[in-house]
Design a protein. Structure first.
Length: 564
């Protein structure tokens, strides 16, 4: 009997431990599942600021974009040329969203096998708390195209920005539906082009009729089966292929566009367009076009009162570099860097770059050497470049992305600070750890994504991760952001010229669409104000010709200004 009792006692003990073990497994499993769910659904939080002026925070805030050329190795000139990015507020909630373009795998174009997951473009929604959410599928803007660049404009004046993608192959126009989604209206709008390789494009209203027109820069007739007899440096250069002519589309106002290239005198026979931009360089009230061409002279198409265009690149001094060479030009941007009220031009290239000072009377002078930019820039191959006032001191600086031409060889990006005396200083290495990284930079966009008053940026790196740079220190100085809303003019106010006076300093700028290489900056106009605590006057000359004046405006605000 005693033995039997001991037997049952041991059995109960065994059962107890078995039950306890199972219970612990269940509890730990529940805890594991809860923790996994928490990790998967946890709320992103922007990291605390470091001592870097620009801090790379992309992955921490939900930007997981990786650019693709469609394969691992760089095999042709097309793969080497993308991609771009744009800041836009697609849902009009007051916060900048981000659209980024990518290449993809194409049969007969890529040498490697088709990947399981196809690369595509991405749209990231700004959550308003410093983080982003990928809404590409929800918005319907991923696309199945090999995209090079993106330009943003409200072509139908409905208050919501639309997207135009310049592609290797037919281009795409995405109409913003105003409900968080987009519709492909390319066929109806008649802006697809054909089999061209379109790289840069720009929205602007060339005839001031209140509707945005579109200039598309086409590159070259690429043949993936063409074998160059001697290509020692990776693959054939652009000169091995015939150039493709650019296209100018006029907005008819009914959702369609008309090809008016020949009618408007755009005769592009030799240009291989890369970067394209528009600005009214001579302040005659009509926006002109600058085209940065690869391996050939650049174009400056002067707008003849909305009735035609004339190339004045050579007589204006902007077709070539200081030494008369035809460089490998990539990007173009415009600003008044020296405060004389005239719009100057910066062109990035594979050599010393070009800073064209506007001398008035349609003449420019290359100041790249005397300004201190040429020698530091000449060590790298420059791609996207943008004028930004990163430290809000009232002088526009220059951010320049760099990367090899024919190989996936990385180079450091550069930041040139405007010293206010016609000179620029390379302050890259003292501006953050990111500037020590060697990546293959291409497009870049800049804007105030967190509405704190200073300019942040996103960099597209070829076949690599994109870098989101948060500005940690620029808002130690004062600032203002102007959100222009046209009524008689195009709703974006593109082409409006703004003159701001504060503390005796006068700044002049013009509302643009495309900036730098294949990209577009914050649609709001940013002005750094140093330590000034009041804006004395803001003068806005709208494309319609109307003049609007605001006086005694407070600093450190986002000011929406509607055309009267």
């Amino acid at each position: 009997m005693l033995m039997k009792m001991n037997y049952f006692s041991n059995s109960n003990d065994n059962r107890y431990y078995v039950l306890l073990f199972i219970f612990l497994l269940i509890i730990s499993g529940c805890q594991y599942n809860n923790n996994s769910s928490k990790t998967k659904n946890s709320k992103l939080t922007p990291p605390p600021a470091t001592d870097d002026y620009f801090q790379e925070i992309g992955k921490e805030i939900g930007i997981d974009f990786v650019h693709s050329i469609g394969e691992k190795e760089l095999n042709n000139i097309i793969e080497s040329s993308g991609g771009g990015a744009a800041f836009l507020d697609y849902d009009q909630d007051g916060y900048l969203d981000l659209y980024v373009t990518s290449g993809t795998w194409i049969e007969g174009f890529c040498k490697e096998e088709k990947p399981e997951k196809m690369p595509h473009n991405h749209l990231y929604h700004n959550n308003g708390d410093g983080t982003f959410e990928d809404v590409t599928d929800k918005a319907g803007v991923g696309g199945h195209c090999y995209s090079m660049g993106v330009t943003v404009g409200d072509y139908n004046n409905d208050g919501y920005p639309d997207l135009y993608l310049s592609n290797y192959g037919p281009n795409v126009l995405f109409k913003n539906n105003g409900n968080g989604t987009f519709s492909d209206v390319t066929k109806k709008a008649n802006v697809a082009g054909g089999k061209e390789c379109s790289v840069g494009a720009v929205w602007f209203d060339y005839d001031n009729d209140g509707k945005l027109d579109l200039y598309v820069g086409n590159y070259l007739n690429f043949d993936p089966n063409y074998k160059y007899f001697y290509a020692p440096d990776g693959f054939p250069s652009p000169l091995a292929y015939d150039p493709q002519p650019d296209v100018l589309y006029h907005n008819n106002g009914d959702g369609t566009f008309e090809d008016v290239t020949k009618a408007m005198g755009i005769n592009d026979r030799d240009g291989r367009a890369m970067g394209v931009g528009a600005v009214d360089y001579d302040d005659d009230g009509f926006m002109d076009i600058y085209v940065a061409n690869d391996h050939s002279m650049n174009y400056l198409w002067h707008n003849n009162g909305g009735k035609g265009f004339t190339d004045v690149g050579i007589p204006s001094g902007t077709a070539f570099g200081q030494s008369g060479e035809s460089a490998i030009s990539m990007a173009v941007d415009f600003a008044d860097f020296n405060g004389d009220g005239l719009m100057d031009i910066f062109v990035s290239d594979d050599k010393y770059c070009r800073l064209y000072e506007n001398m008035g009377n349609g003449i420019f002078s290359d100041k790249s050497y005397s300004s201190g930019i040429a020698m530091p820039a000449g060590q790298y191959v420059g791609w996207s470049s943008s004028f930004i006032d990163y430290n809000n001191d009232g002088n526009v600086d220059i951010y320049k992305t760099n990367g090899a031409l024919k190989h996936l060889y990385g180079q450091e990006d550069q930041l040139f600070e405007n010293m206010g005396d016609g000179k620029f200083k390379d302050v890259s290495t003292e501006s953050g750890k990111y500037f020590l990284e060697e990546l293959v930079g291409r497009g870049a966009c800049f804007g105030d994504y967190d509405n704190d008053g200073d300019i942040d940026g996103f960099i597209v790196n070829l076949n690599d991760y994109g870098a989101f740079l948060r500005n940690n220190k620029g808002n130690k100085n004062n600032w203002v952001l102007l959100n222009l809303v046209g009524t008689t003019s195009n709703r974006d106010g593109i082409g409006a010229r703004v003159k701001l006076t504060s503390g005796g300093k006068v700044q002049t700028n013009q509302k643009k669409s495309t900036s730098g290489y294949l990209s577009q900056n914050d649609p709001r106009m940013h002005f750094g104000l140093a330590k000034n605590t009041l804006i004395d006057k803001i003068e806005i000359k709208w494309p319609s010709g109307k003049l609007q004046i605001l006086e005694n405006v407070r600093v450190n605000q986002i000011l929406t200004v509607k055309e009267p």
